[in-house]
Design a protein around this ligand. Structure first.
Ligand code: SAM
Length: 215
């Protein structure tokens, strides 16, 4: 894994900054984690463009600036345990691994989890645990979480995920009907309830029920 040439890397980081990713720790993590290995086949040559790209199982690796903005909105601290729902390529989880103590990531497609797990090993990211399952139900065995990030769109923030968020915790999730523009929201759990912030319009694949077919 050689990574991008310096000019390409500079343009990649410039695109992130110009789209609002300004948190130095998030930028550092995104500089450290090369997007190249997470994009395969004919799309590999477009890995450093600020665009979502197709991955296996009919899914997508998200646009880097959206990954950066979601990570920034999550306000991760080094002691945090984070749950990501929607492993996809593993790119978002790899970035979170540089910012958090422990990352659990879950996807309904076994093939995506297998491929992402191989990358976490190759990149020496031992604080990421990847699992196959329907992430709408969270991971009760590992709960509660300091931070939860959902990288597929739900009609509403799933109740089990809200229940598995610590008091003082933050969840970032795109909400809205699939196939339309959705809104990225941030939910903070306080002593007295839930505070919601609308962050920006986004477009994600839907959060689906059950396990995906092996492809
Ligand atoms: N975070 C990913 C990355 O860095 O490449 C991109 C995620 S992709 C936009 C959305 C992912 O959510 C897909 O891989 C899809 O299989 C997964 N997904 C959809 N519904 C799910 C569910 N109920 N539980 C777990 N994963 C789900």
């Amino acid at each position: 894994m050689t990574g991008p040439d310096p000019e390409t890397k500079m343009q990649f980081l410039f695109a992130l900054r110009s789209r609002g990713v300004t948190d130095p720790l998030v930028l550092e993590a995104m500089e450290e984690i090369d997007r190249g290995p997470f994009v395969r086949g004919i799309f590999a040559q477009r890995a450093y463009e600020d665009t979502p790209l197709p991955i296996a199982c009919g899914q997508t690796i998200s646009q880097p600036s959206v990954v950066g903005l979601m990570t920034q909105a999550l306000q991760v601290s080094p002691r945090d345990t984070v749950l990501e729902v929607g492993t996809g390529s593993g790119y978002q989880a790899a970035i979170l691994s540089k910012l958090a103590r422990r990352v659990y990531t879950i996807d309904r497609h076994a093939r995506l989890v297998r491929e992402a797990r191989a990358l976490f090993e190759a990149l020496h990211l031992p604080n990421v645990t990847s699992l196959v399952g329907d992430g709408s139900f969270g991971l009760p065995d590992q709960a509660p979480f300091d931070r939860i990030i959902v990288t597929a769109a739900a009609e509403d923030p799933p109740g089990p995920l809200l229940a598995q968020l610590k008091t003082g915790g933050i969840m970032v999730v795109p909400v809205g009907q699939s196939d339309t523009v959705q809104t990225l929201i941030r939910v903070r759990k306080t002593e007295t309830g839930l505070d919601y912030d609308e962050l920006r319009p986004v477009r994600f694949v839907p959060l689906l029920e059950g396990l995906g077919k092996e492809t």
